[in-house]
Design a protein around this ligand. Structure first.
Ligand code: F6R
Length: 592
């Protein structure tokens, strides 16, 4: 996915932009480029391939060794194949304005058709129209800022746009509409711009996020934000992450590192929640509506189960992409939106729909300063640290930690201390599960040879198998279908055969025996069964058995999900897939 970086200040722009771009590499890209202003001219270098190729190209050509302002980009091709020409930044005809862009300009072909009469296009990208629009407007209005604003107003679609102009080298202009963009304040060293907070962390933790429709004028010593010509005041926020957290730290993949961080994540998220426990004023409501997408939606399903069982409050959980179209949303409801990135377009639209109905919105967000966190009435920070792997792992555990604690909080006094005691025992049990990694690897060698899997669980383990099947699908590309174990006999049992894997999640709990009966229905038909269960349960007729430590029945997802994450991770790496950047997937999905 594309990434944007910009810098203006005292330090050498090249030495800020390149390391920041390298921290965007995990997003996946096919070309990279940089433009700086030197002696009143834009100087440009761009290359198909990896950033290392751009670095070697820059060292071979006559590229300025020092400049104070520049922009950089990693491109993931949408309009036009990966090539040097299609790489960003793009220049207009005179070569004085450079533009980088993330997102999609939906009306680019109409704009291009008009512009082609007077402009020479050098790429197939939608982005290049922006450079020519600014060029035209600059001739009319004379000011870079006004020309930029005018150009951006003509764009339809989703975009984060950053531009520099050699005639006004004291500024970088930025615009955002439905694609993330933040400004990093690097004290007396200047200011940065990025599409992604982790790329800034080696320089600063102080950021100002931009909102949709805003334009920012970033100079060495100042940042001005405007919307519709009016100044917007916004205080910077301190990101609670450090640069080390965004590194692989010796792990082969970010995903593996993030799986191993989970015991700590549960501790940190619990501490964060308990520190805000007293401020939590959710007001009066009769029902809770939870929304989210993908993994965050699965966390919501566990949240429903806990809140209904522990706090006895009715909960509805809807996919954000579906909730938006509901005609009826019950007014006296509390609305909870769950999102790692806080930038998921579907979730944001669902929140806006809830706000139209006057509901109070509480969000569970991992990225502070994200759009969702700014549009919510109350934010419960999931505090998992930066998650770089595209497949969500540790943020799922942080989300379910918050949801469990929320259920306990909403339940009133009677069971609080026991339940808080129980969750504090969870991290050491997750450590025990992680110690099974080598054993799970051996099982994954066989799983990697299969083409289809059913994931089956009842009650609390049903959202767990939904999450496990999603993990397997998205990184190993093996088809996996989750089903409530009791529903299997109503149809999917027809798929059972020696070549179809059935992964049963059945910890020792109130539904254990019933799930095991379903398991026997599969093994009796020569199905290949992996059973994930509590230690010392006596179940025969399984192909492989993975045993988790004994745990209070409400908390089993904290142990069964990491097993399924490891199963997916090892299967995908055995198959040779890039688990941190699975095909077709993006870390934040800003399209609807
Ligand atoms: C799965 C995954 C996605 C996200 C979904 C929502 O591993 O990462 O399913 O969970 O796109 O993203 P957020 O939580 O950022 O709203």
């Amino acid at each position: 996915m594309c990434g944007i970086v910009g810098y203006i200040g005292k330090t050498n722009a090249l030495h800020v932009i390149i390391p920041s771009l390298q921290r965007l590499e995990y997003r996946g890209y096919d070309s990279a480029g940089i433009a700086v202003i030197k002696d009143g001219e834009i100087r440009l270098a761009k290359k198909k391939g990896k950033i290392s190729e751009l670095i070697s190209f820059v060292s071979r050509i006559d590229f300025p060794t020092f400049s104070r302002v520049g922009i950089g980009h990693t491109r993931w091709a949408t309009h036009g194949p990966p090539s040097d020409n299609n790489a960003h930044p793009h220049l207009e005809c005179s070569g004085k304005i450079a533009v980088v862009h993330n997102g999609i300009i939906e009306n680019f072909s109409e704009l291009r058709k008009k512009l082609e009469k007077n402009h020479k296009f050098t790429s197939e990208t939608d982005t290049e129209v922006i450079a020519h629009l600014i060029e035209d407007a600059l001739k009319e209005v004379g000011s870079f800022e006004k020309a930029f604003e005018f150009a951006v107003k003509q764009l339809e679609g989703t975009f984060a746009v950053v531009s520099i102009f050699s005639g006004e080298p004291d500024r970088i202009l930025c615009a955002r509409y439905k694609a993330p963009l933040v400004i990093g304040l690097w004290d007396e060293n200047g200011n940065l711009v990025s599409s992604d907070i982790p790329s800034l962390l080696i320089f600063t933790k102080k950021i100002i996020p931009l909102s949709d429709g805003e334009i920012a004028i970033v100079k060495e010593n100042s940042v001005e934000i405007k919307k519709d010509g009016f100044r917007v005041e916004r205080q910077p926020i301190e990101v609670p992450w450090d640069a080390q957290q965004a590194e692989k730290s010796g792990f082969k993949h970010f995903m593996l590192k993030e799986i191993y961080e989970q015991p700590h994540v549960v501790v940190d998220t619990t501490a964060e929640f308990l520190s805000r426990w007293d401020e939590l004023n959710l007001g009066e409501f009769q029902k809770i509506i939870i929304t989210g997408c993908g993994t965050s939606y699965h966390a919501g399903l566990l949240g429903k189960l806990w809140i209904e069982h522990i706090a006895k409050i009715p909960v509805e959980v809807d996919y954000a992409s579906e909730l938006r179209y509901k005609d009826y949303i019950q007014k006296n409801s509390l609305f909870i939106a769950i999102s790692q990135s806080g930038e998921t377009a579907d979730t944001l639209e669902a929140v806006r729909r809830a706000k139209e109905e006057g509901l109070k919105v509480v969000s569970l967000v991992n990225v502070l300063g994200s759009t969702l966190s700014r549009e919510s009435d109350f934010v419960l920070h999931t505090n998992a640290g930066p998650e770089i792997g595209v497949a969500a792992t540790k943020t799922f555990l942080s989300q379910i930690t918050v949801l469990y604690l929320l259920a306990v909080f909403l339940s009133g006094q009677s069971r609080k201390s026991k339940m808080l005691y129980d969750i504090q025992k969870v991290p050491e049990k997750i450590e025990e599960v992680l110690a099974l990694s080598d054993f799970i690897y051996e099982i994954s060698e066989d799983v990697s040879k299969l083409k289809n899997a059913l994931y089956l669980g009842r009650w609390i383990s049903y959202p767990v198998v939904m999450e496990g099947a999603l993990k397997l699908k998205e990184i190993s590309y093996i088809h996996a279908e989750p089903y409530p174990a009791g529903e299997m006999k109503h149809g999917p049992i027809a798929l059972v055969s020696p070549s179809t894997l059935s992964v049963f999640v059945a910890p020792r709990d109130r539904v254990f025996k019933k799930t095991i009966s379903n398991l026997h229905e599969v093994s009796a038909r020569h199905g290949k069964v992996i059973l994930i269960t509590t230690k010392n349960t006596d179940v025969k007729d399984v192909w492989k058995k993975i045993e988790i430590p004994d745990v209070e029945e409400f908390l089993s997802p904290f142990l069964t999900v990491p097993v399924l994450q490891l199963l997916a991770y090892h299967t995908a790496t055995i198959l040779g897939h890039d688990v941190d950047q699975p095909r077709n997937l993006a870390k934040s999905v800003t399209v609807e």
